[in-house]
Every structure is written in C-alpha cells, then in structure tokens.
Write a protein that binds this ligand. Structure first.
Ligand code: ADP
Ligand code: MG
Length: 382
C-alpha cells in the first residue's frame, strides 16, 4: 500500500518537477537592521513574478537600473514561514526516496544563516528552513507510521579550505574526513563522519547547538570562521515498508555557504588569501555544476571542489536543488549585490527559460513587470 502511495507521489512529483524544473532559485532581500532606519535601499523594485531591479546608488538614470528574474523574490518583510512554504513539497519528496539540496548563497551579513537557522535560540515563528524542514519530516513520517517505518539520522560537516570536518564528533577532534562517492554502504558519502539517529526536532536542535559550538573551535571569532566555511547539515532518511520490508532512501542537504564577497587581492595576504581563494574556487565550482545540470550538459564537473563532490548524489539526476540567494539592501553592498545576482542568474537562467517559455517569453514578462512598475510609480505620484 505504501508503495502505491509512494508511486503516486512520485508521479505527481515528476509532473510538478517537469513544470517547475529541477533547479529553482529564490532571491531574498533582508531588511535594514535596527538602527539603520531611513537608509536608502539599492533595491528599486520587486515584482510578483520574480523580478528584482537594483539601482546603482552613485549614478542616476534608467540605464543604471539592472533587473534580474528568478523563480521568486522575497522582499524584506517576508516571514520565515512564507520563505519556507515552497520548500515544503521537497521535504515530502525526501520521504519518498529523493535527494534534495537546499543552499543559502550571498555575501556575509546578507541573511544566509537567518534563512537556514533563524536567529540564536529562535522561537518557532523565527525558525529557519532547517528546523521547519525537520519538523515537517517528523510530522509526515508520523502520518505514515502505519505503512512505513522511517529512520532519520543526521550528519553535520564543515568544509574549510577544502577540508571536510565533522562538526558533531563528541571528542572534538579535528580529523580530516575523506569523501567516498559511490560507497553504497548506508548511502553515506562521508562514512567516517559521525551519524546521529534522531526522532524529534528537539534532538536536532541540540545537535545543531553542538555543531555550532564545534565550529568555533580553533577560530578567534565564530562569525569570521562561519563566513569562510561551508556548513552542511545532512538528513538521511530510510523508510521501510511494513508489509513488504522494502526500503527507500532519501537525503536532504541543508547548506549554509561561505560568504561570496570578493576579497580585495591587494589587501589579503597569507591565511586570509588562501581562504578567499578556496571559497572562490568552490563557489564557482558549485555554479559550474548547477549551470551544467541546468543546460543538461553531458559533462558535469563535480570533481572540482569538495563541496560538489560531497553533494554529488544530490545534484543532478532526479534530485532537486533549491538555492536562496541573499541580497543586502545597503548601498555599500551594491557591487556585491550585482555580482550575487549575476551568479544566481547564470544558475537559474536556462531552466527558467525552459520551464516557463510555454507560458510567455522573458521579454513579455519583463515588459509586464515594467508596466506594473510604472503604474505603481504613477500611483505614488498622484
Ligand atoms: P549571513 O549568515 O549571510 O552572514 P546573517 O544571517 O547572520 O547573515 O544575517 C546578518 C544579520 O541580519 C543578523 O543579525 C540577522 O539576524 C539579520 N537578518 C538577516 N536576515 C534577516 C531577516 N530576513 N529579518 C530580520 N533580520 C535578518
Ligand atoms: Mg552566516
């Protein structure tokens, strides 16, 4: 019976997937922080069809306004719940045996950790994607408990300077871990990273607090370190059909990426320069992999970074990828904002075109958005 339901779910999932594409890119603009009131934003316009327009703060004129289109844009007032809403179906598909990757991309301070984790010690309203995803996962597995038994286990790792480290090992050792792709054993790509069975959101919260603590070890300030390393929370799900005994495996990677800001080459030296180069290389490798997948290219360059090697099984094929790109509205961030949006557009462009072209062309969409924008501007004048 479970297999029938799972098969139906798969069919529906594939249908939705065909419509929406495997790769989705959402943009999120963070609000100004307390104390930053009345500051001018570089974000000039957000359309309800996924368009965002950025104005160059130092030069006026219409040609200084650049617009970008994604699957959706969340403005500064979007709640954590709203942002999670479209992610929910992906959680269900993990329980149906699919692999899913969710990324937070953006410069340091743009809101990546806010989206993924929420603030420190969040109340449920402030919960980020991580907690909501796990909460849903446990909820749905409970719903299905008469037909399938689910086992959920998590790993949490950090990739720093192209080295993989376990954030949940109890002795806090700094052992460097190997990635073993195709190791079918338990479906684990990093078999030596500790694996923690969990059956409640609270248990996961505790583990994440430990991971957070371990991340700070060996670095002067947690913020510094966390902005220069990628953190990967992996949720492994095994479902066993209670009647037939057949098993299904799915996994969910929740990735808080290193800050994407470019480091001034003339200023960075030594360790700082090395970090910057590693981050740069791994973020471009990720961009290359997603772009190759979106273009259905025959060669996908997974081997170019530890990050893409680690996530290989969950990028491409039937797997689903969701990327939240974060924008800081500050005028000082203009340069980084444009380069963030360009990165995201490269990743999103091909699939956006393919998935939505049967509805209307990009140009028509753009014009439609401009009309809406002008109407809006007119209304404000009146
Ligand atoms: P990052 O992880 O990209 O470096 P953070 O998530 O730490 O950035 O966000 C930087 C600051 O902005 C934090 O103080 C965070 O609480 C705040 N912040 C980010 N996004 C939002 C948001 N959507 N709503 C309210 N505060 C936010
Ligand atoms: Mg962060």
């Amino acid at each position: 019976q479970y297999h029938k339901v799972a098969a139906e779910n798969r069919e529906l999932y594939n249908l939705v997937q065909d419509l929406k594409g495997n790769i989705r890119v959402y943009c999120r603009v963070r609000p100004f922080l307390p104390g930053q009131r009345n500051v001018q934003s570089t974000v000039d316009y957000i359309g309800d069809r996924g368009t965002i327009a950025i104005q160059n703060p130092t030069k006026q004129g219409k040609d200084q306004r650049k617009s970008f289109t994604f699957n959706k844009v969340f403005g500064p007032s979007a709640s954590q719940e709203e942002v999670f809403l479209d992610t929910q179906p992906l959680i269900r598909s993990v329980l149906d045996g699919y692999n899913v990757c969710i990324f937070a991309y953006g410069q340091t301070g743009s809101g990546k950790t806010h989206t993924m984790m929420g603030p420190n010690n969040p109340c449920p309203d402030d919960w980020g994607v991580n907690f909501r995803a796990l909460n849903d996962l446990f909820y749905i597995s409970h719903e299905r408990q008469d037909v399938v038994r689910y086992e959920v286990a998590v790993q949490m790792m950090e990739i720093y300077n192209e080295q993989v480290r376990d954030l949940l090992c109890s002795d806090g050792t700094n052992k460097k871990l190997e990635i073993r792709n195709n190791s079918q054993q338990n479906g684990l790509n990093v078999p030596d990273a500790s694996l923690h069975p969990v059956n409640s959101t609270e248990a996961v919260l505790d583990l994440m607090a430990l991971g957070h603590k371990n991340r700070a070890v060996g670095s002067t300030a947690l913020n510094e370190r966390s902005s220069r390393s990628h953190s990967v929370l992996t949720v492994h799900v095994k479902g066993t059909d209670l009647t037939s005994g057949d098993a299904l495996r799915g996994c969910l990677h929740l990735v808080d990426l290193a800050g994407s800001e470019r480091v001034d080459k003339s200023e960075a030296i030594g360790e700082r320069l090395k970090e910057a180069q590693h981050i740069n290389r791994s973020l471009s490798a990720l961009g290359d992999v997603i772009a190759a997948l979106a273009q259905k290219s025959s060669h996908v360059p997974y081997r170019n970074s530890k990050l893409t090697q680690l996530l290989q099984d969950a990028l491409g094929g039937q797997a689903k990828t969701l990327m939240f790109v974060h924008v800081s509205p500050d005028q000082d961030s203009y340069g980084e904002t444009i380069s963030t949006l360009k990165f995201a557009e490269r990743v999103a462009k091909v699939e956006l075109g393919a998935a939505q072209s049967n509805k209307e062309s990009g140009e028509i969409r753009e014009l439609r958005d401009q009309v809406a924008y002008l109407r809006d501007a007119l209304a404000r004048k009146e």
